[in-house]
Ligand binder design. Structure first.
Ligand SMILES: *Cc1c(COP(=O)(O)O)cnc(C)c1O
Length: 404
């Protein structure tokens, strides 16, 4: 077996051979890469890496999303001059809070960092000694309440403040779990099951005067979600900057109650003796995050949606005539909430498993990342560039037809 690493290296340096050389696939599509300037060095190729077409969606391991030129301009702008980092964070925070209609906001090193900083804020407030000592505080064990169905891998970003997660089912248990040790209530927006609704969760938080935190990291579109949870009464909300908003991948938004945002900032870089010091956000990312949000809010979201639907339809048309192929267009209810295509076939007639088809697409030219389980090949058009839609349609069709 060759390792995945080796395989990737081989493919990256392999000259394009045989049928592929004549295929449309490697021809630079006309009008392609308009948004991508040309560079004097091809760094990824130098490193033996293969960039790919992302038909998977905004996935951190696949490097999230691509930034729009306006955002890159902000990055470049900030990289060429010095500025006081606290002042920049404050001013950008004010602008973001205005844009999001809330009391206060800050740029974090992603939503996971927003979760740690928000929790830290709920624990320490502005107490300098507590900020210095976190996560090893004197006295009682602090607790954060979470619904049992909301436990998820990202709650590590809350646990790392030293708190204990207390799991509850339903409003009654939630009420009863609140005590002297409770510092926060954590809500996982994209959870598939809620034993306490958002509205009730917020109400119970307010009743006991415990801050409520909603992790909605991946939950735009719809764009309204950026406003909805604060309006509902959550005290803190976090979103990833580098998913649909298409800011820097290592940036995010934390916003909500002013006193909590101020406390979160005290727990953050550039303050050295803090839990957040390792979650540094540089001036480039802070500024670019603001610009990405401006750009995202100003978009024509209906037009975006229509375009995604058209793209799904184009890929659908391209593949659905392969014998036995059945397709379905769908929209995940929350997170990556955009049109997708699911492709299924009879493996007696198209003799390839979805897993094998995904591998073929991944190791083909160009490399295409797709997803799906054992029974389907799924395509997300969320992160496709316009010129890639046709390529994805043709490649999927080719891979399936070759197996007939
Ligand atoms: C992606 C994600 C995170 C982490 O976001 P980053 O911006 O990558 O730190 C946290 N929670 C959920 C639900 C997510 O989807």
């Amino acid at each position: 077996m060759i390792s995945r690493r080796k395989m990737l290296k081989m493919l990256a340096t392999m000259p394009l051979i045989g049928g592929l050389a004549g295929s449309q696939l490697i021809r630079k599509p006309s009008g392609a890469r308009l948004e991508r300037p040309s560079y004097s060095r091809d760094f990824f190729t130098e490193l033996g890496l293969r960039p790919f077409i992302n038909a998977r969606g905004t996935i951190t391991r696949l490097s999230g999303s691509l930034m729009h030129p306006e955002v890159i301009e902000a990055l470049n702008y900030a990289s060429q001059q010095f500025v006081n980092l606290d002042d920049l964070q404050d001013m950008v925070g004010e602008r973001i809070a205005e844009m999001l209609n809330c009391e206060a906001a800050m740029v974090t090193a992603g939503a996971a960092s927003g979760m740690t900083l928000g929790t830290a804020a709920a624990i320490t407030g502005k107490n300098p000694e507590m900020i210095r000592n976190l996560p090893n505080l004197e006295g009682r064990q602090r607790e954060v309440i979470i619904q049992r169905t909301h436990r998820f891998s990202y709650d590590h970003a809350v646990r790392n403040t030293g708190i204990k997660l207390v799991e509850v089912d339903g409003p009654h248990e939630l009420h009863r779990a609140v005590n002297q040790r409770t510092v926060m209530m954590l809500f996982y927006n994209a959870a598939s099951e809620h034993s306490v609704s958002k509205e009730e969760f917020v109400k119970i938080g307010k009743h006991h005067n415990i801050p409520t935190f909603n992790d909605a990291a991946a939950d735009v579109p719809p764009v309204e979600n950026l406003f909805k949870y604060i309006e509902m009464g959550f005290d803190l909300v976090t979103f990833s900057g580098g998913k649909a908003i298409r800011g820097p991948q290592s940036a995010g938004l934390l916003f909500g109650r002013k006193d909590l945002i101020e406390a979160a900032k005290l727990n953050h870089n550039p303050n050295a003796d803090t839990i957040g010091r390792g979650m540094k956000v540089n001036k480039e990312e802070i500024l670019a995050m603001m610009v990405a949000l401006e750009h995202y809010l100003a978009r024509d979201h209906e037009a975006d949606w229509k375009r995604w639907e058209e793209w799904v339809e184009r890929i659908n048309r391209s593949v659905r005539n392969v014998p036995s192929v059945e397709t379905e267009e769908y929209v995940p209810p929350v997170a990556n909430h955009v049109p997708h295509l699911r492709i299924r076939w009879d493996e007696e007639r198209v003799k390839i498993t979805p897993e094998e088809a995904r591998e073929k697409l991944r190791f083909g030219h160009p490399s295409i990342e797709t997803f799906g389980g054992r029974n389907s090949l799924d395509i997300s058009v969320f992160m496709l560039q316009p010129e890639e839609v046709g390529i994805v349609g043709r490649r999927v069709k080719e891979v399936l037809e070759e197996a007939v």
